[in-house]
Design a protein. Structure first.
Length: 200
């Protein structure tokens, strides 16, 4: 486990982009595009799922929520950020100079990465109207890990992530914002323009 006070010497030119947004906003579409450019990503959700699998916990919307909250309470608000940092540092050591963090959740995690990556970190928030997000989430394959199955589940998840996981802060304080009320192609076009503008 990484120590939050540990100091890292990073190579010149390293840039880290954290993509944030509520469930169904389009983070996965954005990350698939950056992946297609050869930019590696570290997925917060997959890190959580891997820890749950290692411990032997079945992944459901309720178990995922309970696990995130319990581990943060027992090990600190930046527990999962520490796991993600370890994977990001492996990518840096492998020679990558552009890295995407998929799904940063809380202000504690934002502050954690701001401390470690400093000026190298930028945050992109993808914004989508609530009803559009709900439609997308309800149409997702039911075997996707952590998928909420009903509209009630989705509403409950939104409230839990904002209230208990402090998810709204990183979205509100993001460096860049992209609208995603349209289709995937439109989001990719906007993202492509943004990445060119910020030279990422």
């Amino acid at each position: 486990m990484s120590n939050t006070e540990e100091f890292h010497i990073f190579p010149d030119g390293l840039r880290v982009l954290a993509i944030v947004g509520m469930a169904g906003s389009g983070k996965s579409t954005a990350v698939k595009y950056t992946d297609s450019l050869g930019i590696p990503s570290v997925h917060f959700g997959n890190t959580v799922y891997a820890e749950m699998a290692r411990i032997g916990i079945e992944i459901t919307p309720s178990s995922q929520k309970e696990f995130r909250e319990r581990m943060r309470k027992e090990h600190g608000e930046d527990y999962f950020a520490q796991l993600v940092l370890e994977k990001a540092l492996e990518l840096v050591k492998a020679g990558h100079r552009r890295i995407v963090l998929d799904g940063l959740y809380s202000m504690a995690e934002r502050e954690f990465f701001a401390t470690h990556f400093a000026y190298r970190l930028r945050i992109l928030a993808i914004l989508t109207d609530k009803e559009i997000r709900y439609e997308r989430l309800l149409s997702r394959p039911k075997d996707r890990p952590g998928t909420a199955f009903t509209r009630e589940d989705i509403v409950k998840r939104d409230h839990t992530e904002v209230k208990n996981l402090d998810k709204g802060g990183p979205i509100a304080l993001a460096d860049y914002f992209l609208d995603n009320n349209g289709n995937k192609a439109e989001l990719v076009t906007r993202l492509k323009r943004l990445l060119a503008r910020i030279e990422f």
